[in-house]
Ligand binder design. Structure first.
Ligand SMILES: Nc1nc2c(ncn2[C@@H]2O[C@H](COP(=O)(O)OP(=O)(O)OP(=O)(O)O)[C@@H](O)[C@H]2O)c(=O)[nH]1
Ligand SMILES: [Mg+2]
Length: 423
């Protein structure tokens, strides 16, 4: 066979890149209790779909650590840190990218250990779907409830309950939980992460299960989100001023469509202007929409700097110094009412404090209860007051403008706080 010319190779490569760029992206996270097989499942998924690099696989095969009963400990494919391998647990979120003919994926493999709940919440905060592992020999554990709750709190509307090791009849129980939390799409898949049953291929060992294997499901599940009705939200990250002739505002569009000529309002000043042009590295655009990063030039010289926001004049966000939000408390030091914090919302950072704990959610029962303070990993609804206003939407409407981080100014410890409706 004649060798391909350089031009042919380049063409083929360009075609390959183009096909990959146009493939739909699904971001999913693992969740569940410690040791129920999350990392093993992701390792198995990558291995059986032939998306692990050979050198990576060779290093896993060579590892003197192997807690599985087979020749390869698949959990080592995602558990890369020395402390993770030594202890046989996941600590940090491990991100893996892979693609099949149908879709491309970013997987966040998160820890099940309660101590690292914040890392699970980080992985879930950008995911479209959660694969919640359930150890069939143990059933639904408090951590299964906690992670399913956090997944729903962080706006994940689609979950797979992957029932591992031994299939108990847990489907009914899990569906009842998901329904209670308002999770729309639920698929229960009995599988074996260790042996690979129902991971990439449907297994002959479970003939009573007629549904899809995990890969088949994540390749085909619908991820179209309901059309957002929010107007433009453009948090200013940076003012670009290379010389006296150009003043542009750089940032990532959080929602809406921007076109030259559109009327926009700057917050907090309230001044109005029109978009003169949308500038990118590749030239000017006739329109731009979320999640593009662009630089906007305005028709007027108005007061606008980092942390401010350009918004649709017709459909502005809520503007307030007082709001109520759900909080995942992630610090060992309990939450104290009235202590000063920094609050980072989009590109804006303000001083703030908690004025009241409205209620805490009991993770065993999912009932609400009163609380005087919050301990690490508590999830609660809390009232905030800030030194200057924030411009926000509810988390259900927009994950970016509806979430913020609470930072301890002394230790720099951070907590995530999704959902910010006013009261
Ligand atoms: N029998 C059996 N054991 C399994 C299966 N899947 C995983 N295991 C074992 O369960 C143990 C824990 O697996 P991991 O994949 O590290 O569990 P994990 O959920 O990632 O744990 P954390 O990330 O620490 O929460 C390992 O010893 C695995 O070999 C399975 O399908 N069957
Ligand atoms: Mg793990």
């Amino acid at each position: 066979m004649p060798l391909a010319t350089t031009a042919e190779v380049q063409n083929e490569f360009a075609l390959f890149l183009e096909q990959n760029l146009n493939k739909e992206l699904l971001r999913f996270t693992t969740a569940g209790s410690v040791d129920d097989g999350k990392s093993t499942l992701i390792g198995r998924l990558l291995h059986d779909s032939k998306t692990v690099y050979e050198d990576q696989l060779a290093s896993v095969k060579k590892s003197r650590i192997n807690r599985s009963s087979g020749p390869i400990d698949f959990s080592l494919i995602t558990d890369g840190l020395r402390a993770e391998r030594e202890q046989g647990i996941t600590i940090d979120v491990g991100y893996r990218y892979f693609a099949t003919a149908k879709r491309k994926f970013i997987i966040a493999d998160t820890p099940g250990h309660e101590q690292y709940t914040r890392n699970m919440a980080t992985g879930a905060s950008t995911a479209d779907l959660a694969v919640i592992l359930i150890d069939g020999t143990k059933g639904l554990l408090p951590q299964t409830l906690r992670h399913t709750y956090i997944s729903s709190l962080l706006g994940i509307s689609s979950v797979v309950a992957a029932i591992n090791k031994k299939f108990l009849h847990l489907e009914k129980e899990f569906r009842a939980l998901a329904e209670r939390l308002g999770i729309r799409e639920v698929q229960c898949i009995p599988l074996s992460a260790l042996a690979g049953d129902n991971v990439v291929e449907r297994s002959q060992n479970m003939p009573w299960y007629g549904g899809p294997a995990l890969l088949e499901y994540v390749e085909t599940v619908s991820i179209t989100k309901p059309e957002s009705t929010l107007g433009v939200r453009f948090p200013i990250q940076y003012v670009v001023r290379p010389d006296a002739h150009f003043r542009g505002f750089a940032g990532q569009i959080a929602s809406g469509v921007i076109r030259p000529g559109d009327v926009v309002t700057a917050l907090p000043s309230g001044q109005q202007s029109r978009v003169a042009s949308i500038v990118t590295y590749d030239g000017q655009l006739a329109e731009a929409f979320a999640p593009l990063s662009v630089t906007l030039k305005l028709e007027d010289e108005i007061d606008l700097s980092r942390g401010d926001m350009l918004v649709a004049t017709e459909k502005p966000p809520q503007v307030s110094q007082r709001f109520r939000a759900s909080v995942v408390w992630m610090h060992a030091q309990p939450l104290e009412i009235g202590r000063p914090f920094l609050i980072k919302h989009c590109a804006r950072q303000v001083r703030g404090k908690i004025t009241k704990i409205s209620h805490r959610v009991n993770m065993d029962t999912l009932e609400t209860e009163t609380a005087g303070q919050l301990e690490m990993n508590d999830i609660a609804v809390v009232d905030f007051e800030t030194s200057s206003p924030l411009f926000f939407d509810s988390y259900q409407e927009n994950r970016i403008t509806g979430s913020f981080i609470v930072i301890d100014p002394l230790t720099n410890a951070k907590k995530i706080s999704p959902q910010a409706p006013t009261f």
